[in-house]
Design a protein around this ligand. Sequence first.
Ligand SMILES: [Zn+2]
Length: 430
Amino acid sequence: MAPRALTLLFALPLMAAAQTPTQSTGRSYVIRAAHMIDGRSDAVQNDVAVVVQGERIVAVGPRAQVEARIPAGAQIIDLGGATILPGLIDNHTHVLLQGDITSADYDEQLLKESTPYRAIRATAALRIALMNGFTAIRDVETEGAMYADVDLKTAIARGVIPGPRMFVSTRAMSTTGTYPLLGYSWELKMPEGVQIVDGPEEIRKAVREEAKYGADWIKFYADRRYYIGADGRLRSWVNFTDEELKMLVSEAHRLGKKVAAHAMGWDGIDAALRAGVNTIEHGDGLTDDLLDRMVAQNVYWCPTIFVGVYVAPGRGGIWPKAVDLERVAFGKALKKGVMISYGTDVGGYAWTENQAQEFAYMVRYGMSPMAAIKSATSVAAQLLDQSDNFGTIEAGKFADIIAVKGDPIADISELTRVSFVMKGGAIYKQ
Ligand SMILES: [Zn+2]
């Protein structure tokens, strides 16, 4: 018994260090490109060079200046007329889900696929994300696959599989009867898509348990049963009592974990904001009053526009209307200066759809291409409290750098055609 306990003790520091990549070759590179969007400046810079040593950027600037002091043995990567950018960040993914337009799609995955099989599919999804230029993701719940996201994160960090840096929320929480699988005979004990919790004490224990097994974030479902109210707003039924949510958020914060709330309708968003969450996911029913509260409380919004557009025809009902309302809310949020982070809900749609398609919707809804890029780089890194590590191309940051051949400011869809990917100083696509 004793040796086993000892092994566990030694394993813990490795888990804690899992955010730091281990794949770096330790090599030096000089990346040359005609254009650079650094994630911080509003201006595109021209004729630039970036010097990478090991897993970090050590110098960046005008080519002539930077290349006067190239480290000995550095390999030159000349990207010609390309535009380099910081690696993209998607703050709302589900790597353990492979599309759930209908509840049958969802139930089939939970009923007919084992967690190991789903984890194998997730490794394919993670590779796709990285090759599409996403070097960091916040994965917001495993949909019944327990703590498999922590294992995937560990496998990436140890160089076992390629993938983005992962920030995981393990099992989201909801209350009895509010989350699939639902509608089966009461005689059957069905699997749950979330961790079911009722009452403050169960919630306290669940938060502690998730933190124990490796959750970086705590996620919960604030609402369900969306409908259009007499006031024209997208309304919803709230899943938790105020007392329960107060416990969830305070216990998470006490353990140093931030909280993400799935909240689509006005009532769910209202409840989440009253509880003091850090991010609102989806937020289709956001109205002026709620947006003002988000600004006052420094709450980020992950709008996940594309998934709504993608699933609306298949789901019907309230969904097309929710898409329309979200477009209006997005325009208002831009005017009010709400912090909007890139988040796609990929996994809610198939991973074969490039998650960079979200950019085009953000721009169509009124965001400038540069602001959309920042939402997926520096702003998304702020949400993750990782501004010291990534989100911009600057000396000292991880060398998470991507390139596109065309001009993403002129045509934002260029970001769906990423031609070069470096993460932590290791090249994955060239
Ligand atoms: Zn989601």
